[in-house]
Design a protein around this ligand. Structure first.
Ligand SMILES: Nc1nc2c(ncn2[C@@H]2O[C@H](COP(=O)(O)OP(=O)(O)O)[C@@H](O)[C@H]2O)c(=O)[nH]1
Ligand SMILES: [Mg+2]
Length: 542
C-alpha cells in the first residue's frame, strides 16, 4: 500500500507501458455497445431478485439494530456516545486536518484508477490508460492495466480553496511520489485520500478488505456510461450498503457513450438508488446549487448523488472536485473510531522492510495518539502473543510527523523491546495491531456474533466455514454453534465462530462480513469467548 511505503519508499521505481493496445480498447468498447437486449433483460431480472434478497436481509438487520441497542459497547456506539465523548474530551482534531477517505469501487475497466489519477494529478486521460499509470503500485499492474492492490493517492486544497497541483505530476518513482505528497501536505488546508480498489472478481477479498479495514468515509461507485451497472458493481454496492458507507454514483466515459445507451444506464442507476434494498433519493448533480443539499443528504446517508463525467474531456470534473472538497469527515459519527484521549489502537495493514530504517508498518489509528519513542504492544503473533515495541519515527502522508491521532492513516518505524530480538517481516501476520498496554490485549479464537444472511444458495449449519472480514482481520472461521438449527437468506441468529488458524485481536461491537462463494452475511460481534470457557466446552485452542 502506498501509504506504508511512505516511511521508506518501496514503491516501484520503474514502469512498463500498459500492454492493452488501443485496438483492444476499441474492441471492448464495441462489445459494450453490442450488448444484446436479452442480456440486459436477464441482468435486470437477476438484479431484481438480488435486491429482494438484500431487502429482506436489511429489514432483519434493522430490526436487530432496534432490539439490540443495549448490546453495543460504548466504544463502537454511534452518534450519541460520540457526541458525549467529544463533550468530555473535546480532543478530536480540527475538521480541516481530518483524514477524509474516499474509496473507489465498481466493475473492472469502469475508469476507477483513471478518475483517481485525473482528480489527484490535475491531468486529463487519453482514453488509453495514461492517467491510471500514475496510480498503480506495481509494474505487473502496469503490464496488465489492472488494479490488483490497494493504491492510495491524496488530493489537497489550499486555504484559498484551490486544488494544490504538484509541479511535476508526471514523475512516478517512489522518491518523487514522496516529494509530491510532501508538497501537497505542506500547501494544503484540507486533504482527501482516495483508496483505489480493485474491480476484478479475483481481487474481491482485497476490495472487501479496503472497505472493511481502511474505513473510508464515503465510496464512489464508478459506472461506465457505455456498459452500465455490471456484476461486480452490484457486489460492491451490496457491501457498501451492509457497511453503511454513504456512496455516490459516478458515471464515467460519457465522451464515448451513445446518447441512448447512456440515458438507459442512467435511468437504471436512478431505479437502483430508489429500490427497496437501497432506499435513497437519486439526485443528478448538474450545477453549483445542487452541491450543498447533496452534501448534507450524503453525509446523512439518505441521498445518492449522481455525477456524469469524462476523464478524457474533463466534463463534469470541476463540479465533482467542488463536491469532494466540501465533504465532511465521518470519523466522529461512523462508530469506527474512538477519540484521541482513548488508549491507542493502530490496526496494521502493511509491513515493509526499509533499508537503513528497518521494519515499518502502515495502518489506521482507530483510537488514541502516538508520538515518537512511545512504547506499544504488537500482536497477536502466530502464537497469540503480544510483545513490546518502540515507535522510532512516524510518517503521516509520507511526511515525518511528531504526532498522529485517531482517524489518521500513518506508518511507524519499529524496534523490538524484547532483548536480543529483532523484528523481521516474517514476524508479522495479517490482522496484527499496535495497542496501548493498558488495554491488556488478548487473542480471541472464539466469538459470538449476531448475523444476518444476505444471500445463501442453501442453508448454513454447524461446521460451516466462511471467510470472516472484521476490520483488518481476514481469516477463515467455522461455525461451532447456532442459536437456530439452520440459516437461510434473510434469517438472523447468534452464531458462534472459531477461527481456523490464529487467535485475532477483536472488539465486541465491531461489524463483520462473512463470505464463502456466493454466500454472504453481515453481523456484529456480541461476545468474545475466553480461553477458560473454551476449555469448559472441550474445544482445543490450537
Ligand atoms: N474515453 C474515456 N476513456 C476512459 C475514461 N475513464 C477511463 N477511461 C479508459 O478506460 C480504461 C479503464 O480505466 P481504468 O481506470 O483502468 O479502470 P478501472 O479498472 O475501473 O480502474 C483505460 O484505458 C482508461 O484510459 C473516460 O472518461 N473516457
Ligand atoms: Mg483500477
Amino acid at each position: 500500500m502506498s501509504e506504508g511505503s511512505g516511511a521508506g519508499g518501496s514503491s516501484p521505481s520503474k514502469f512498463n507501458p500498459p500492454s492493452r493496445s488501443a485496438k483492444d480498447e476499441e474492441q471492448s468498447k464495441g462489445e459494450d455497445a453490442d450488448k444484446t437486449q436479452q442480456d440486459r433483460k436477464a441482468e435486470k431480472l437477476e438484479l431484481k431478485e438480488k435486491m429482494r434478497c438484500a431487502q429482506r436481509a436489511k429489514d432483519a438487520m434493522k430490526q436487530a439494530d432496534h432490539e439490540d441497542d443495549s448490546t453495543q459497547t460504548p466504544s463502537e456506539d454511534g452518534d450519541e456516545e460520540g457526541a458525549e465523548q467529544k463533550g468530555r474530551d473535546g480532543l478530536w482534531i480540527e475538521d480541516s486536518v481530518k483524514d477524509l477517505k474516499i474509496a473507489t469501487i465498481g466493475n473492472v475497466d469502469s475508469g476507477k484508477s483513471t478518475l483517481v489519477g485525473v482528480l489527484t494529478k490535475g491531468l486529463l486521460d487519453d482514453g488509453r490508460g495514461k492517467a491510471r499509470s500514475r496510480v498503480f503500485n506495481f509494474s505487473h499492474e502496469q503490464e496488465k492495466g489492472q488494479t490488483s492492490s490497494i493504491a492510495q493517492e491524496i488530493m489537497g486544497f489550499s486555504s484559498s480553496g484551490d486544488q494544490v497541483i504538484v509541479d511535476r505530476p508526471g514523475a512516478v518513482t517512489a522518491q518523487s511520489r514522496n516529494s509530491a505528497w510532501q508538497q501537497i501536505v505542506n500547501e494544503s488546508e484540507k486533504l482527501v485520500t482516495f483508496i483505489d480498489l480493485c474491480g476484478h472478481e479475483r481481487y474481491l477479498k482485497t476490495t472487501i478488505f479496503g472497505l472493511v479495514g481502511l474505513c473510508p468515509d464515503y465510496a464512489m461507485i464508478i459506472v461506465n456510461a457505455n456498459a452500465g451497472f455490471q456484476k461486480m458493481s452490484r457486489e460492491h454496492l451490496g457491501i457498501a450498503l451492509a457497511l453503511r458507507i454513504p456512496f455516490m454514483f459516478i458515471v464515467t466515459k460519457i465522451d464515448i457513450a451513445p446518447a441512448n445507451v447512456y440515458e438507459e444506464n442512467l435511468n437504471m442507476l436512478r431505479k437502483i438508488a430508489k429500490s427497496n434494498a437501497v432506499k435513497k433519493q437519486p439526485v443528478d448533480i448538474k450545477e453549483e446549487s445542487d452541491l450543498e443539499p447533496a452534501i448534507k443528504g450524503l453525509a446523512a446517508d439518505s441521498l445518492c448523488p449522481i455525477f456524469c463525467i469524462s476523464s478524457v474531456t474533463g466534463e463534469g470534473l470541476p463540479l465533482l472536485k467542488r463536491f469532494i472538497q466540501s465533504l465532511p469527515s465521518r470519523i466522529e459519527h461512523s462508530g469506527l473510531f474512538r477519540p484521541p484521549s482513548a488508549p491507542t489502537e493502530h490496526h496494521i495493514d502493511s509491513v515493509f522492510s526499509v533499508p537503513g530504517v528497518g521494519i515499518t508498518v502502515g495502518g489506521l489509528m482507530r483510537a488514541g495518539v502516538v508520538r515518537p519513542n512511545q512504547q506499544l504492544l504488537l500482536g497477536p503473533d502466530k502464537s497469540s502473543k503480544f510483545t513490546p515495541v518502540l515507535v522510532k519515527s512516524i510518517h503521516y502522508k509520507r511526511v515525518n510527523s511528531q504526532q498522529v491521532e485517531s482517524g489518521q492513516h500513518c506508518s511507524f518505524a519499529l524496534r523490538s523491546l524484547v532483548k536480543k530480538e529483532q523484528l523481521k517481516k516474517s514476524s508479522f501476520r495479517k490482522g496484527m495491531v499496535l495497542v496501548d498496554a493498558a488495554l491488556q490485549p488478548k487473542a480471541t479464537w472464539v466469538f459470538k456474533a449476531e448475523v444476518v444472511i444476505l444471500h445463501h444458495a442453501t442453508t448454513i449449519r454447524e461446521r460451516y466455514q466462511a471467510m470472516i472480514h472484521c476490520g483488518i482481520v481476514r481469516q477463515c472461521a467455522f461455525v461451532i454453534n447456532l442459536s437456530t438449527d439452520l440459516l437461510r437468506t434473510g434469517d438472523k441468529a447468534i452464531v458462534t465462530f472459531r477461527f481456523c488458524f490464529h487467535g485475532e485481536y477483536l472488539n465486541a461491537g465491531s461489524t463483520l462480513l462473512f463470505r464463502e462463494g456466493r454466500t454472504k452475511g453481515i453481523g456484529r460481534i456480541v461476545e468474545l469467548v475466553d480461553e477458560d470457557s473454551l476449555q469448559e466446552w472441550g474445544i482445543p485452542i490450537k
